[in-house]
Design a protein around this ligand. Sequence first.
Ligand code: PDD
Length: 285
Amino acid sequence: MTIAYLNGEYLPLEETRISPMDRGFLFGDGIYEVVPSYGGRMVGFGPHIERMTNGLAAIDIRLDWGEEQWQAVCDRLIEENGGGDLGIYLHVSRGADSKRNHAYPEGVKPTVFGYTFEIPPAPVADRSTTKTFSVTTTEDLRWRRCNIKSTALLGNVIHYNQSHGSGSDETILYNAEGEITEAAACNVFIVKDGVVVTPDTDHQILPGITRLLLVEILRADGSIPIEERVITLDELRHADEVWLTSSTKEVAPVVMVDGVPVGEGEPGPLWERAQTLFSEFKYDY
Ligand code: PDD
């Protein structure tokens, strides 16, 4: 039985209830986070909470919580739910108003919700046993505020299901100029001639915490050059390696893009190095 947090209470997930007038339900008017935790140790907790705080400020939801409140909720959820390998879902919506009105209401209390779900054990950098990913590509048809981790995810959901419907695992997106943005629920990295490249953070992508940690870890290590710059669809198609990053996948090797093998069609040597470094240093942030 999963124990959830809702507006100050801890209770079984099946017993949680919110109003259908909640603006999270009516408008997708909210911000969320997914924080991974392995055996009670969270990865990137500080950066996750900072991104949540920035997202709430960007859409003017006033929730006066600091890191301590979030830490207390996460610690209790981890403890109540057995402390194994968990994704901690945190969600703040603007709250329930008495009427449906696009205007931000005054005096409405935000709804704060959290629960945990099981995630696979922390990935291990082993080229022969790691799960590999096949992706398709399509034009990014989402909005221009993708840097906000909004609960309004219909654009992502539609794109995600485009690849699932065709038997692939994820959809890599490119803008009208043919530049890679991200995937439906991950950030994208490529490797070409020994250099790791990932798109810059701007309004077209979510500033992923795994992406942030990986860039910092690779820079600190210094043995593999890393660039943040535009990646064209053509570069993706001719990359030696392609990786997806997200909180629940860490660094995931892509072996097929639109039915064509990436490099040798196997996880590459730089993926192995990057995931090894990530496993070693991910708790330092
Ligand atoms: N997805 N880009 C998008 C659109 C995402 O939804 C996510 C995460 C990422 C990777 O961000 P991070 O490294 O902070 O997890 C990039 C989460 C896990 C989700 O929606 O379930």
